[in-house]
Structures are given as structure tokens and as C-alpha cells.
Design a protein around this ligand. Structure first.
Ligand code: CA
Length: 148
């Protein structure tokens, strides 16, 4: 788990920049997405180690993003939501692993990532092999093979 790849999904540019600057400073690799559509595309094409997911996205409910990702991957998902967002519970039930309450500090983001990395190390997820399936298409990330 050296240099884990984090997918940062956030439509607020200022918040996104704050997170990516923090990740860069702490030697994490990252990808960004400003919409749910981009998030799903990036997660299927790059198979990140962790997804930081803003629940309030312009094009799709964040909970739906979690459901779609969970249909093919156990990728850890840390959601971020305002304290008054009731869908935080729904998101956790849909398969989110942890959450950040907005506004959060960068230290808290880093702490949540460390927690997630420790869990992954315990689970030995490095040996897991997520397989993405969409109709006839199948992508086996561990084997580096795509089948149709
Ligand atoms: Ca948002």
C-alpha cells in the first residue's frame, strides 16, 4: 500500500483543491472527479485504493454512486456530507465505510485515510481481485485482463 491512489469526488472546486493539495503534500497519488459520472468512469478505469465521495453531487445522488460501485468493488468509500444531511445513514447502509462531516479539516481527512489504510492492511486487501462487470464486459484488475 505504498502511495495509495485516492479518487477525490467533489463538485466544489475550492474543497477539491484543498483535499488534493493536502494529498500531494503527503505523498498520496490521486484522481479527481467533479460529477458522479466522472467518479464512476474514473473508478472503473483506474481502480483506486480509496474513494473520497461528496454526497451532494450535481448529476446523481451520492448514495446511488455507492450502490453502483458496490455492485462490482469493495473499494473503501469515505463519504463527506453536511451534518444535517440525512442520507449519511442511507450512504453507510449502501456500503460507505466511513464519513467526514463538512466542514472538515485536512487533518481529519488524513486521519480517516490512515484508518482506512490500516483496515486494508488488516484485511490483506492487496490480494483481493476486484472484477468489474457491465453486460458482456468484464475487467479483472488483478489479472490485468478485459474480456468481452
Ligand atoms: Ca457538493
Amino acid at each position: 500500500m505504498n502511495d495509495p491512489l485516492i479518487l477525490v469526488v467533489e463538485d466544489d472546486k475550492a474543497v477539491r483543491n484543498l483535499i488534493t493539495t493536502t494529498l500531494k503534500t503527503h505523498d498520496y497519488r490521486f484522481l479527481t472527479a467533479a460529477t458522479a459520472g466522472e467518479a464512476l468512469l474514473e473508478s472503473t478505469s483506474h481502480n483506486p485504493d480509496v474513494m473520497l465521495l461528496d454526497l451532494g453531487l450535481p448529476d446523481m445522488d451520492g448514495v446511488e454512486v455507492i450502490r453502483r460501485v458496490r455492485s462490482w468493488s469493495n473499494l473503501p468509500i469515505i463519504i463527506s456530507a453536511r451534518s444535517e444531511d440525512t442520507d449519511k445513514i442511507e450512504a453507510l447502509d449502501a456500503g460507505a465505510d466511513d464519513y467526514l462531516t463538512k466542514p472538515f479539516s485536512v487533518e481529519e481527512v488524513l486521519a480517516r485515510l490512515r484508518v482506512t489504510q490500516r483496515r486494508l492492511a488488516l484485511l490483506g486487501r492487496d490480494g483481493a481481485s476486484p472484477v468489474f462487470r457491465n453486460g458482456e464486459l468484464e475487467i479483472d484488475y488483478a489479472a490485468g485482463v478485459a474480456r468481452l
